[in-house]
Structure formats: structure tokens, C-alpha cells
Design a protein around this ligand. Sequence first.
Ligand SMILES: Cc1ncc(COP(=O)(O)O)c(C=O)c1O
Length: 437
Amino acid sequence: MYNVNTLEHHWMPFTANREFKENPRIVTAASGVRFTDHNGGTVLDGCSALFCTPLGHARPEIAEAVKQQLMQTDYVAPFGLGHPGAFELASKVARIAPEEINHIFFTNSGSESIDTALKMAMAYHRARGEGQRTRMVSRERAYHGVNIGGTSLSGMVRNRETFTNLMPNVVCMRHTWSKDELFVKGQPESGAELADDLLRMVETYGASTIAACFVEPVAGSTGCLVPPKGYLQRLRDICTEHGILLIFDEVITGFGRLGKAFASQAFGVTPDMMTLAKALTNGCQPMGAVAVSDKVYDTIINAAPENAVEFFHGYTYSGHPAACAAGIATMDIFENEGLFDKAAELSGMFQDAVHELKDIPIVKDIRSHGLLAGVDISKDGVKPGALGGEAQKRMFWNGLHIKFTGDAGILAPAFVMSETDIDEMVGKFRKTLEELV
Ligand SMILES: Cc1ncc(COP(=O)(O)O)c(C=O)c1O
């Protein structure tokens, strides 16, 4: 389709450009749960690409909806004008969100959703006459995207250390991984008291200075760190008691990954806002969203003078018609094919299969929840990250794509995978890990 003569000009994101360009891994086609590489080989997609494609690749319903939308209305300026698709998609997302969450603000990515949620938290407190609440609480080993806001909230050293002048007033709670809870399926029994780190922030800085607490319900990019039983509820209780907004970053966990529409329903804990992206359009169009509770929305809207703009924020492509069309088609497929239930049904078999990798000597921990799992590998004398990097490359040529962050391999299969596909995925993962022992 394209005539690629040089790899030189494309500066690839989060990629070792020099190494890649010497030994490229190019995907030339994607269909169902498989890619085709530039040598004509087949690669099983074990990570829904980047947690984006739970419906599998090349869904004709989505492609057709986008095409029709572009022919009907290709673009509408979103400030002060509307188009039907944005309202329709917002209703569909609100319908599956927790009862208190009924307002959807569209962005173009997870990173923009985080920046938007940060501004909403500031606007909410200002509207209540508590504009001094500007401090944000995040967590070690968190990933909240790469904009200045998300980088400031990030708890990953490599993502931060080059960029020192970020947002001020961000403090980090401890992460929830514990060496005492290895190879656990689902939620660890111990560790709920780690949520009291938020209480320590309240005691150290004063609740009256804290705007919001951001957490991924399951930390995804750093290797599926599942919250201990009771942890999220404890965070909720502390936030409620001290007037702090609780924000769940559901960019990975949203749209069925844990067997319910959102992690908040899987864990029975309702945040004040949820940040979303990725599976919102099955990865077919860049789109994110912030899903907002009535409490936050009403407070911001009602504080503004009548007929005035209530929230001075928005993107040129907020609620782009083509993205909305992809989102609507995606929501329809989730519903028509009962895919959140399907994800829940498949998760037992998936987790059992992944945990069988425990016997490989370089496998040091496995964690899992729903259709998400993290596998830590390490080997004496090998520097951190090197083994994971090698595994990621080797795995591709062994016919499997999964994401590695450092030495944590992350599996996140499409909900449409069969049990045979899952067996093939884990088999190829095993083969690669055994080559590295
Ligand atoms: C939890 C979480 N938040 C935010 C983001 C950033 O999303 P994006 O890459 O679309 O900006 C990601 C991406 O992986 C994520 O996992």
C-alpha cells in the first residue's frame, strides 16, 4: 500500500529508534487477533495492541461507520456547535457508567483526559470557594500518560527524570505491589492499609490543600498491580471524609477489561471522575473522555453566570465526528455481543493458563485480574530492563506481540479470543521465556 524507502524520518515514540531501524518490526496488516509482519509472518496479538482493541482488529462495522460519518459530516467546530454523534456516544458511555456518573467530556487521548481531569478538579474546588485546594495526590509506579499533567502524576522514574520542571504540588503514595503477595490471582489479601498513605498526606499538608487523588484501579502499564482487598474502598472513604476528589484512571481498565464495564463496578467503588481512552473506539480513532459525576458537573456548571461558558477548556478535535462514529459502533458491538460478560467468562481460563508460567526459573511474579496479567522476569547479573527488552523483540519473531514495561510482560487479550488462541498465546510466551533462561 505504501512505498517505504527509508525509516529515517519517523521519530518513533517510546522506541529505541537506532536499534529498531537496524532490525525493524513492521506490521503490514491486522485482522481479528493477528498481525502480519513485513516478512509475511503471522503474529498473535496478546495485548490488544496497546490495550486498545478488545473487539479484535479490522471490524467492518467500525470501518463502515467511520466512512459513512466522514461522507455525511466530516468535521464540526466543537466550541459552540454540536453534531448528533457526540451526544449519542456520550449517552451510551453514561448508560454503562456507575449511576452517579452522567457527563462525558471528549478528548483525543488518555493523556489529554488526565490533563482535563486535573483542570476539572481545580475548577470544582474553585467553584466551591476552595480554590486553595491545588495539591494532587498520585502513586508510585503510576502511569497517567505523557503530557505535563500526566508526567507530573507519573510514578515511573524513566518517564520523569529528564523532565524536572513539571507541575508543582504533586505528592505520591506508595505503590501496592508487595513481595509478600507473589503469584496471586485477583486481589491480594493484605495491603489495604497502604491507602492510609492518603491520610498521611492529609495529616502532613492539610486536607484543605488537596484537590484530588488519582489512581489506576489496577496499575496497568507497570505490570498489572492489582489493588489489595479493601484498598480502593479505603481511599474512597478518606476522600469522602476530607472533601478530596477520587479520580480513577480507567484508560486501560475501562470498557470490560476486568469483566464489568468499568473497574469501579468490578471493585464496587465509585470515583468522582473516570479518565478513559483506548477501547472507547476499539483503537480505531484517537479518542479519550472524562466521565464526570453529577456532583462535579453540577458544581462547575452552576457556579458560572447564566449564559456564560462554564469551563474554559476543550480541544479542536473534542468529540470529532469520525471518532464518535467509531465509538458508537464499538459500544454497539460490546452490547450486541455481550462482550463484558464474555471477558468475565474467559478470565478464569486465561488467568489459570498465565499462572502456569510460574515454573520457568526467570519468572519471579505473576499477577492477574480479569483479562489483564503481568509477568515479572529477571535473571542474576542482567541489568534491569534488558531481559524484558530482549523478550519483547524475540517474542515478535516467535509470533507473539505483548507489551513489556521494563521487565514486566503484560498480557491483555482481546475479548473475542478463543480458548485455543489463549493457549497459543501462553505457549508462545513460554517458548520465548524458556529461550531466555
Ligand atoms: C492508565 C493510563 N492513563 C493514561 C494513559 C495515556 O494514554 P494515551 O497514550 O492515549 O495518551 C495510558 C496509556 O497507556 C494509561 O495506561
